[in-house]
Design a protein around this ligand. Structure first.
Ligand SMILES: Cc1cc2nc3c(=O)[nH]c(=O)nc-3n(C[C@H](O)[C@H](O)[C@H](O)COP(=O)(O)OP(=O)(O)OC[C@H]3O[C@@H](n4cnc5c(N)ncnc54)[C@H](O)[C@@H]3O)c2cc1C
Ligand code: SF4
Length: 592
């Protein structure tokens, strides 16, 4: 029998980046907040102390910090008409699990989207004409602008202590920064991380080719920093074990280092870990959320009533919970109706490895941080004329090698035998002199009518609910975009002095087995029209006004950057709308 808990002002589903930000903002407002988190509790002093062993086998190969597919998985197919099969081992992405969410083990590459990304449909149509866009592309404007989000990007960066070099300060282009970025109101809180030799060589080659390289904005801090909540962080030691791992140094911005120590001191905040929300409850009208139902690890079911529900379970799980709760009309690609599951997207990633003469080059590649790197933005978004190229979208390219951990870093030049003495000799010779950017080409992924999320007709999860089904493939536009960007990137690596380069392009069909990024987006997108979006510009659900849905599920399509800067800015933006408007007059913030 379901046990009913005392009512709270707010229930938050998932205590990752967005859940922690919202919990902090709403407890500051004096509300009584409970966060319910599926995975275990994690904090910096006990889980990631200075003696923490960043074991590659345990964390990277065996995925210690992630959700296990036997706990929960999705089914996958490339095309409508195919039978989807359950994903039994994570490959293309890696779903987070536990307090801190993806913020525990992210790289901390902390980008802002371009101003034109937020008005993409309007911008591209005005510049190239509607007929330039593929017929089945379903990109949309976001309903919110860069200018509206600027102060919220700034809030996240000052919470994290982000290290970087400004490229555009109040409209003035700055030497050494990204000249394409939108205007920022003040510099980054800490200077950019120092770049080891290989990255400097990349920047020199890029400059000589006429580009304007800049250091990647980094949540691995260049110096000690006290954040906006008075929490102290230390300088990064370039330990080379950042993404997939926690930080033992208080140097990586995460909910654990920037928010939770302040949050847990508040008497109006409680958290329940190891508790999975299985349903958002609504009243008979279906227009008002009454709270959530969750299951603890003993299998016991609980009801947590609340006045306000914040869904912040990560993009995919947000959509899954909406579908399982029957909130919002599911998307139907045949009829092109409904909104939940619509405009699902990922990222378009590829890389180029560069092999250098080992007698002349020693990059010491193990000296790196999760967000190290020099990038160029000339080929991102609409920063260049797409007219002659026949595709839209783009991405940043950069030397962003985040370490050279022993299991993953056995790269050898093309043509080397795959085993035996010759392979060992090649590994030894090339380990120090190979450039291996993890996500050297970080491209956009635009939305299409036949890329979406829905409920699987066959497979069920351990709660006897249908699995969520992913239907996803790469379209010609993204394949062309990736070829163009990868070739540009290879030119820079060659210009660094590589004796051989090995590009790997991203091609169709979409491959579920090879890691790309965990930047999945869409499915509960924001917009101005309830017939084509699930939430309004404040991330408030159109039908259920006391439900706010945070995270990249709101992105109408993905830009050529990592998402979390924008995910967090949107969380601050939604929090501000709740504090300043919704709580004064509950109900829809926008009437259509
Ligand atoms: C290896 C890796 C590297 C990354 N590097 C970068 C990077 O460098 N830059 C960047 O911008 N982004 C990066 N990301 C992405 C980044 O982690 C996410 O964008 C970010 O964490 C999203 O925040 P969120 O609050 O939406 O979700 P999360 O931070 O994932 O938090 C969601 C929380 O909800 C919980 N949850 C899910 N379902 C339920 C449920 N039913 N009931 C209760 N709790 C639930 C989860 O356990 C999780 O703790 C990376 C991701 C990974 C995996
Ligand atoms: S690279 Fe820096 S921020 Fe990342 S885990 Fe190591 S010390 Fe921490």
């Amino acid at each position: 029998m379901t046990k009913r808990l005392p009512k709270k002002d707010v229930v938050i589903i998932g205590l990752g980046w967005t859940g922690s930000i919202m919990a902090h903002e709403l407890t500051d407002e004096g509300l009584d907040v409970v966060a319910i988190e599926r995975g275990p509790w994690r904090d910096a002093p006990t889980d990631f102390p200075p003696t923490y062993m960043q074991d590659e086998l345990r964390y990277r190969v065996r995925h210690e910090l992630f959700l296990r597919p036997d706990q929960l998985t999705f089914s996958f197919r490339n095309k409508i008409g195919q039978t989807a099969l359950p994903i039994r081992s994570w490959g293309a992405f890696m779903p987070p699990n536990g307090v801190g969410g993806g913020g525990v083990h992210w790289n901390a590459e902390t980008w802002r989207f371009l101003p034109s990304d937020f008005v993409l449909k309007t911008h591209l149509t005005q510049r190239y004409g509607a007929s330039f866009l593929p017929e089945d592309m379903t990109i949309q404007d976001w309903g919110v602008t860069y200018d509206e989000l600027e102060t919220h990007y700034d809030a996240f960066e000052y919470l994290c202590g982000t290290s970087g070099t400004a490229g555009n300060l109040k409209g003035q282009i700055q030497e050494g920064g990204n000249p394409f970025e939108g205007p920022r109101s003040r510099p980054y809180p800490t200077p950019a991380q120092k770049q080891p030799w290989g990255y400097q060589l990349f920047a020199k080659a890029a400059r000589e080719l006429g580009y304007k390289p800049f250091p990647q904005p980094s949540g691995n801090l260049s110096q000690a920093y006290t954040n906006t909540l008075g929490l102290q962080m230390g300088p990064c030691t370039y330990c080379g074990h950042c993404e997939w791992f926690g930080c033992a140094n208080y140097s990586k911005a995460s909910p654990q280092t920037t928010l939770l120590p302040a949050l847990v001191r508040k008497s109006n905040f409680t958290a329940r870990d190891n508790s999975e929300v299985v349903r958002i409850n609504t009243d008979r009208s279906g227009k008002h959320a009454t709270g959530v139902t969750f299951v603890d690890t003993s299998g016991e079911e609980w009801e947590q009533p609340a006045d306000l529900v914040i869904l912040s379970a990560y993009s995919l799980f947000n959509v899954q919970l909406l579908l399982h709760s029957g909130i919002g009309q599911p998307y139907d690609p045949e009829k092109n109706t409904g909104v939940i599951g619509r405009n699902f997207t990922h990222q378009t990633i590829s890389s180029v490895n560069g092999f250098f003469d080992h007698t002349k080059y020693n990059f010491n590649p193990f000296v790196a941080s999760g967000s190290i790197g020099m990038c160029v933005d000339e080929f991102n978004g609409d920063n260049f004329d797409h007219g002659p190229h026949g595709f839209v979208g783009g991405g940043y390219v950069g030397h962003v090698q985040t370490g050279a951990r022993p299991i993953e870093s056995t790269l050898v030049p093309p043509g080397t035998p795959k085993w035996g003495a010759a392979w060992k000799k090649a590994v030894k010779e090339n380990y120090l002199s190979t450039v291996k950017p993890g996500t050297g080409v970080h491209g956009s992924f635009y939305a299409y009518r036949d890329v979406y999320l829905d409920l699987d007709p066959t497979y069920k999860d351990r709660f006897d609910r249908p699995l969520m089904r992913m239907t996803i493939d790469l379209h010609d536009n993204e394949v062309k975009q990736n070829k163009f960007l990868t070739d540009k990137f290879a030119e820079i690596i060659k210009a660094m002095g590589a004796k051989a380069v090995a590009p790997s392009y991203r091609t169709a069909p979409y491959d579920m087995t090879t890691y790309q990024t965990t930047h999945l987006n869409g499915g509960a997108i924001m917009g101005t029209d309830p017939t084509t979006s699930a939430v309004n510009k404040y991330l408030q659900h159109w039908d259920v006004s006391n439900l706010f849905v945070l995270g990249a599920s709101a992105f109408p399509q993905n830009a050529g950057y990592n998402p979390t800067g924008t995910v967090a800015a949107l969380a601050f933006w939604a929090a501000s709308a709740i504090r300043n408007r919704y709580l004064k007059n509950t109900g829809p913030l926008i009437h259509v």
